[in-house]
Design a protein around this ligand. Structure first.
Ligand SMILES: Cc1cc2nc3c(=O)[nH]c(=O)nc-3n(C[C@H](O)[C@H](O)[C@H](O)COP(=O)(O)OP(=O)(O)OC[C@H]3O[C@@H](n4cnc5c(N)ncnc54)[C@H](O)[C@@H]3O)c2cc1C
Length: 436
């Protein structure tokens, strides 16, 4: 039996009947494992390009059960952890190329939403990265200088009052406004992508876990039978650990969210005047936004890897208490607010903190490493993956993070030590910034 939906978004999008589980022995053109943004977007793009293809998607739980139905709904341009880290690890040229890909990704999301009339509360009014401490201010100034040096368009610097004119927290010292960003309702977007895929003739099966993948013969083995296809796609991002090659190259890391009750209209008239999302300038950043029904969603502050890549940690009470306290510090007027929902989910991180997609064997493709920035990225990756599967040579399939060599991550217990070490270093930087 598939597990129930996790979090507010799925509940808010309303229930729908389950699609049948896969049974039998079938042969398709393309078989996709995972019905999140990546799996559905790729299926739609394949059918758009070649309507006659038989495209089959199998999902172990329910469509959108993974990160795609749980995220904060920022459709944004950030590629890796931060601009500075990506330049440090990968150089300016690759960072510029990635930034262009991501701006195109935000445009692509808008175009797909418009083309198929996807009802997902899409509001494209940009986002702010805010600095509340001297350390955050220094970090944000560095990021802004770097963006200017690399001629990355769309950023505006807002000194204290100009930032607070948009969203009024007494803690904001300055902000960087990014016009290439939007907010959306992730679970509604998943539903609408599902509708579009089904309309195009994609076959989607729920409650259908792939138990084993035969990379050579291109077969998915499922409890109800097997699917053979000319091409396979593993669209499983943070949940890719069941494929040994992918397990060795990514870490599932949990991030958590707290959600308030609906807030009085005066909060939006006086405080949250612009309908934009906000992040702060920390390594373990906080991300927050209003929901379409007038609540405040607040997440982040830490991110946790669990021993063995444990994927069953969708709840973290002490982090929820921390997030609630943080909401009250950022917006003192919400001191008495009630929190109604909490949830979490895994993001996928490679060792060099940038995404990876491509082929792991002839005609067997994968996508992972989207960190916390996969909403627009995965939609655009859907187009790139469709092009790869169809053997098309484009600017996207030629991007440097496509078909790249992904560094191996050691096994346990070293894996937990590496993840813990990176976390301690990043948190130390954040705390030092706060103390300054
Ligand atoms: C709490 C949270 C907040 C986030 N906020 C943001 C944000 O605001 N903006 C942003 O850009 N990004 C955000 N992200 C990241 C973003 O949600 C992801 O990068 C993106 O949704 C990944 O999509 P996907 O389709 O690749 O993976 P998923 O949505 O995780 O889909 C993978 C699917 O594969 C299925 N699956 C796994 N194994 C099997 C199997 N063996 N057989 C069959 N099916 C299988 C899973 O059940 C799952 O449904 C957030 C993530 C989390 C967890």
């Amino acid at each position: 039996m598939p597990q129930p939906y996790v979090g507010f978004w799925q509940e808010n999008a309303g229930d729908r009947p389950l699609l049948p589980a896969f049974t039998g022995q079938e042969t398709g053109d393309v078989a996709i494992c995972g019905a999140g943004f990546t799996g559905l977007a790729t299926a739609i793009q394949l059918k758009e390009k070649k309507p006659h293809l038989r495209v089959m998607v199998v999902e172990k739980e329910r469509v959108g059960w993974g990160a795609s139905g749980r995220n904060a709904g920022f459709a944004m341009r950030l590629f890796g952890l931060s601009l500075e880290t990506t330049v440090l690890l990968h150089g300016r040229e690759k960072t510029q190329e990635a930034d262009q890909y991501m701006r195109e990704a935000v445009n692509h999301v808008r175009n797909v939403i418009t083309k198929y009339d996807l009802k997902c509360d899409f509001i494209e009014r940009g986002m702010m990265t805010v600095a509340s401490t001297p350390g955050e201010l220094r970090q944000l100034e560095k990021e802004m200088e770097l963006a200017e040096k690399m001629n990355l368009p769309g950023f505006t610097w807002l000194e204290g009052e100009r930032a607070r004119d948009r969203v009024d927290s007494p803690s904001y010292r300055a902000a960087r406004f990014d016009e290439h960003a939007a907010l959306l309702h992730p679970a509604r977007l998943v539903r609408e992508l599902l509708r579009t895929a089904l309309d195009k003739g994609v076959e989607v099966y729920e409650g259908s876990p792939v138990l084993e993948v035969d990379l050579k013969r291109k077969i998915f083995h499922l409890p109800g039978g097997e699917i053979r296809a000319h091409a396979l796609l593993l669209a499983t991002n943070a949940y890719s650990g069941f494929v040994p090659y992918l397990h060795r190259r990514q870490l599932p890391i949990f991030t958590y969210i707290a959600l308030t009750e609906p807030l009085p209209p005066s909060f939006f008239e006086e405080t949250w005047k612009a309908p934009i999302g906000i992040e702060d300038a920390r390594n373990y950043l906080h991300y927050y936004r209003p929901t379409p029904d007038g609540r405040l969603l607040f997440g982040g502050g830490d991110a946790l890897y669990y021993y063995g890549g444990d994927l069953h940690r969708a709840s973290h009470p002490s982090l929820y208490a921390y997030l609630q306290e943080k909401v009250r510090r950022v917006f003192p007027q919400l001191e008495k607010v009630t929190f109604t929902h909490h949830w979490g989910g895994p993001i996928s991180a490679t060792l060099d903190l940038i995404p990876a997609l491509g082929a792991i064997a002839p005609d067997v493709y994968y996508s992972m490493g989207c960190v916390g920035h996969g909403v627009s990225l995965t939609q655009y990756n859907g187009l790139t993956l469709a092009e790869l599967i169809l053997g098309e040579d484009t600017s996207r399939t030629g991007a440097s993070f496509v078909n790249r060599k992904v560094r191996r991550i050691p096994g346990e217990p070293l894996r937990t030590l590496v993840a813990g070490g990176i976390r301690r270093f990043l948190r130390y930087q954040d705390l030092r910034g706060e103390r300054r």
